[in-house]
Design a protein around this ligand. Structure first.
Ligand code: NAP
Length: 499
């Protein structure tokens, strides 16, 4: 151990009570930051509780993580594919065996309901297992040619050191769907989780290291983006960056890198649900609530605009408001709650600011209050808001809010709905509720969105299917998830082999 390495999970005395300190994991070792400083990870349902204390890393710490990954690359690249797959499978076992504990920690650090957190742990394990198999089927191609003594074929090889930078809303499944394809294809990784939910990411890194990853193949580092961001995104050592987060941060990273750095940016959204006048309105209301308000509206694919045809607007709105008013709001650790707290103080400020704007622009039908009382005073709770009379030019119709806020926009026809749904800089996910097969078919063609849902919520995507956005929701280069998730992490060589 060097001077700043430490046993992981050191218990220390924190001002806000007893909280565990978590180290960076660099070159297979728990390492303290050279800064000697820590930051607190707080529970958004009870901000008096510190869930863990993490390293406020410096640029030098980040450079050490990149160097460890660079040193480990040649050997990991040559490690057999079946050994790489074994690591992923053992890490999946590790996560599944600790699913209850990790789910609880996830709920405590970012607020989502315990059952959703547990689902996320299991889905992340499934992702690791998927790539353990799918990664072994990635092949090149053989090309016919006129020279009988020559074989022409492509090889797929890993890129080198890649950076994985992730947000707080899916703190396990997003890192898993980026890291697993990177590792199985032979890359080494520097992983920076969100400063607002680093513990779950730590558990993933721990699982992979426990699963047998050699030293330096995965390096986990925490700290503020401004401090460590440049070192973990800088060319030429960093060959690729897989980033999920806000469009502003993604654009900033893209501007700073060179054309030799491959980027995969999964960014913001302003996702529409279109309700046609033939729709099953109970289903449509369900789609709006599940798609827009689960995770307190903090899903990148969450429904935020509801484009309803005039003929059913009143009936739809009445049903929606009645159901939204009946939603139970409380800690994700309590069973039976429909909606939990917002994940951070910053998120609370942002959401309340947009609700204030919405009140000036449109008509608030329910919710939109910061909740008070013994169950709420120490958490970031806002009652879900439904706005109506929303029009295209309004701020709440255009900007990503990332909170429990639904905006109802009246439309006259399918064509009007499509025009309004597409009138946005984003294109992440979009849904339609209709019984008309012709419109179902047309919608998939007409909507400018990377994910298209028909009589399903805008949220949710499969581990084995491609995922990503259009327009400013993504770099539109390489899709995540499924087989396409592997392609991002490999480069092609064309070989001409004579006898
Ligand atoms: P964020 O503020 O952009 O942060 C995302 C991650 O990037 C964090 O780890 C952050 O670190 C880091 N970061 C920010 N600027 C950076 C820079 N210049 N260099 C390196 N790292 C940088 O986003 P968030 O608030 O965590 O997440 C919410 C956003 O994510 C929403 O816009 C949502 O739509 C989007 N999202 C998109 C998807 C998708 O698949 N399209 C999925 C989930 C979320 P710190 O935490 O230290 O600041």
């Amino acid at each position: 151990m060097t001077a700043n390495t430490a046993a992981k999970g050191v218990r220390i005395s924190a001002a806000s009570g007893d909280a565990e300190e978590f180290c960076n994991l660099i070159n297979g070792e728990p390492v303290r930051s050279a800064s000697g400083a820590l930051f607190d990870n707080q529970n958004p349902a009870d901000f008096a509780e510190t869930v863990g204390r993490f390293q406020a890393s410096t640029e030098a710490d980040a450079r050490a993580a990149v160097e460890a990954a660079a040193t480990a690359f040649e050997s990991w690249k040559k490690t057999s594919i079946s050994k790489r797959a074994e690591v992923l499978n053992r890490a999946a076992d590790h996560l599944e065996a600790r699913a209850d504990q990790i789910a609880r920690e996830m709920t405590r650090e970012m607020g989502k309901a315990l059952n959703l957190a547990r689902d996320e742990v299991m889905r992340s394990a499934q992702t690791l297992r998927f790539y353990a198999v799918e990664g072994q089927t990635l092949t090149g191609e053989v090309f016919p040619n006129d020279d009988a003594d020559m074989t022409v074929y492509t090889l797929r090889e890993p890129l080198g050191v890649v950076s994985v930078i992730t947000p707080w809303n899916f703190p396990l499944s997003i890192p898993a769907r980026k890291i697993a394809p990177a590792l199985i294809t032979g890359n080494t990784v520097v992983f920076k989780p969100s400063s607002d939910a680093p513990l779950t990411g730590y558990r993933l890194a721990e699982a992979l290291i426990a699963g047998g990853l050699p030293k330096g193949v995965l390096n986990f580092i925490t700290g503020k983006a401004g401090e460590i961001g440049p070192a973990i995104t800088e060319p030429p050592v960093i060959r690729a960056i897989s980033f999920t987060g806000s469009t502003a941060a993604g654009a900033q990273i893209c501007r700073a890198v060179e054309f030799t750095t491959r980027t995969q940016m999964e960014l913001g959204g302003k996702n529409p649900l279109i309700v046609i006048d033939d729709a099953d309105l109970d289903l449509a209301v369900d789609l709006a609530i599940k798609g827009g308000l689960s995770l307190a509206g903090q899903a990148c694919t969450g429904t935020s605009r509801i484009l309803v045809m005039r003929a059913v607007r009143a009936a739809f709105t009445e049903k929606l408001v009645a159901k939204v008013k009946a939603m139970k709001i409380g800690s994700g650790l309590e069973s039976g709650m429909d909606i939990g707290p917002l994940a951070t103080a910053k998120q609370l400020d942002t959401v309340l600011r947009y609700i204030a704007i919405g009140k000036r622009e449109a008509t608030l039908l329910c919710g939109g209050e910061r909740l008070a009382g013994p169950a709420y005073d120490r958490g970031y709770y806002v009652s879900p808001a439904v706005f109506t009379d929303v029009t295209q030019e309004m701020t709440i119709a255009r900007e990503e809010i990332f909170g429990p806020v639904l905006a109802i926009i009246e439309v006259e026809s399918y064509a009007d709905a499509i025009a309004k749904a597409n009138d946005t800089e984003y294109g992440l996910s979009a849904a339609i509720a209709t019984r008309n097969p012709r419109l179902m078919h047309a919608f998939a063609d007409d909507i400018q969105s990377g994910t298209v849902k028909i009589n399903r919520t805008t949220t949710g995507n499969l581990v084995n299917a491609p995922f990503g956005g259009l327009k400013r929701s993504s770099t539109s280069t390489f899709r995540e998830s499924g087989r396409t998730g592997l392609e991002f992490y490999t480069q092609i060589k064309t070989v001409y082999r004579g006898v």
